[in-house]
Design a protein around this ligand. Structure first.
Ligand code: NIG
Ligand code: FE
Length: 383
């Protein structure tokens, strides 16, 4: 924590940071000076969202309130498949316009880098349509968008009873097409009993790695199935969710560079009382990141600072751990730790101001919108 500090930005990068009295010694050209009132953070990184979808899923929400659980709703044709039906029919322009305003809201809350998954198409054209929306918006919004292919989010209805064929389609047609058009950086799978098994997830991620995609895994979200161990075995960037992780899974993550991405908003929105064992993960030596998991079924939140507050109150993180979890650790969960997630020379000049007195308040005012200004790549984002 530096007081009376200055950050020198040169173009889109941070050139220097230190005591403000020393700035003069570190630059030659005339300076444009901007005075900050509050606390300056590295731009926040939302390393797990399902940001491209159509309508909200209000019926699922109410059914859950009345006691029906997530998997029962999905089995009855609600859940992910309802969003799939919607995305398949919705024109690309419409999806782009819905997604634009949602991602803009995330950016306003300080998320200067946002991972965005596909996974509501579950057929080649509709998956490509989602990823093209991400590519288009990456050119329009000032946030950096990191696209992830999640064709294995669920088995689509037309492949019920033929799941091996769907896995083959994902491996042999979808992944090659996504890679050919360079539409994704990462590949993810929903590894969960009743969705994709650990063996199927291994098959899909192995195919993705052959095409040069980085790996991520929805692991041990509701029931354990060795997802964390699999993510480590495959050298994935992250294992995400982990509310049902085993002791072996914790040890595996602790001994690896795979980041544990925790999503407390999801468990809250699902009405669950359990959360991932964040303290045990940290004490074992794992790197913990936090993300919104923004999606219509289980986490319709667009505030990373809200998730930080939940990280403290629900997961037992210290405020400093919550900040680390949405900056440097979240950068590592996307393979971007070399130049994002810190205010340090050589890093991309993505910065966030919180209008607070004490830095810990950024993970305290629950849902209050403390972020007052955002810069990406050295330029101020419109308020
Ligand atoms: O991360 N777990 C799988 N995928 C999402 C939920 C997607 C949905 O319900 O639409 C999640 O929670
Ligand atoms: Fe998710």
């Amino acid at each position: 924590m530096l007081r009376d500090a200055a950050v020198l930005i040169d173009g889109d990068h941070i050139a220097w940071v230190g005591p403000r009295g020393d700035v003069a010694a570190h630059h030659a050209a005339p300076l444009q000076e901007i005075e900050i009132d509050g606390v300056l953070f590295p731009g926040f990184i939302d390393c797990h969202t399902h940001g491209v979808f159509g309508a909200p899923r209000l019926d699922d929400h109410e059914r859950r309130a009345l006691g029906v659980d997530y998997k029962a709703i999905a089995a009855a044709g609600g859940g992910i498949l309802q969003s799939v039906h919607d995305v398949r029919r919705r024109p690309e322009v419409e999806l782009a316009s819905l997604t634009r305003s949602r991602l803009a809201a995330l950016l306003k809350g300080g998320a200067t880098t946002i991972e965005v998954k596909s996974g509501y198409g579950l057929e080649l054209e509709a998956e490509l349509k989602q990823l093209r929306v991400v590519r288009q918006l990456a050119g329009e919004l000032s946030a950096t968008l990191i696209p992830t292919f999640l064709g294995a989010h669920e088995v689509p209805p037309e492949y019920r009873g033929k799941r091996a064929e769907y896995v083959r389609l994902v491996c042999e047609e979808m992944i090659p097409a996504v890679a050919r058009e360079r539409l994704a950086r990462c590949c993810d799978v929903f590894c969960e009993p009743g969705v994709f098994s650990a063996a199927e997830s291994r098959q899909i991620l192995t195919a993705a790695a052959r095409y040069g995609l980085a790996l991520k895994l929805h692991a041990d979200e509701l029931e354990g199935s060795g997802g964390a161990e699999l993510a480590v075995e495959l050298g994935a960037l992250s294992a995400d969710h982990l509310a049902a992780i085993s002791d072996t899974g914790i040890r595996a993550l602790a001994g690896s560079s795979t980041v544990a991405v925790l999503l407390p908003g999801t468990m809250i929105f699902l009405g669950k009382r359990s959360q991932a064992p964040a303290r045990r993960l940290i004490e074992a030596g794992a790197a913990v990141a936090l993300a919104t998991d923004f999606n219509p079924g289980t986490s319709p939140t667009l505030s990373l600072p809200l998730v930080m507050a939940l990280g403290v109150s629900q997961l037992g993180l210290r405020h400093a751990e919550a900040v680390t979890a949405v900056t440097i650790n979240a950068a590592a969960a996307l393979g971007l730790a070399a130049d994002r997630g810190q205010i340090a020379p050589g890093c991309v000049a993505d910065l966030v101001v919180a209008a607070v007195d004490d830095w810990r308040e950024v993970a305290y005012w629950m849902g209050a919108g403390v972020v007052s200004a955002v810069w990406t790549a050295g330029s101020a984002c419109p308020a």
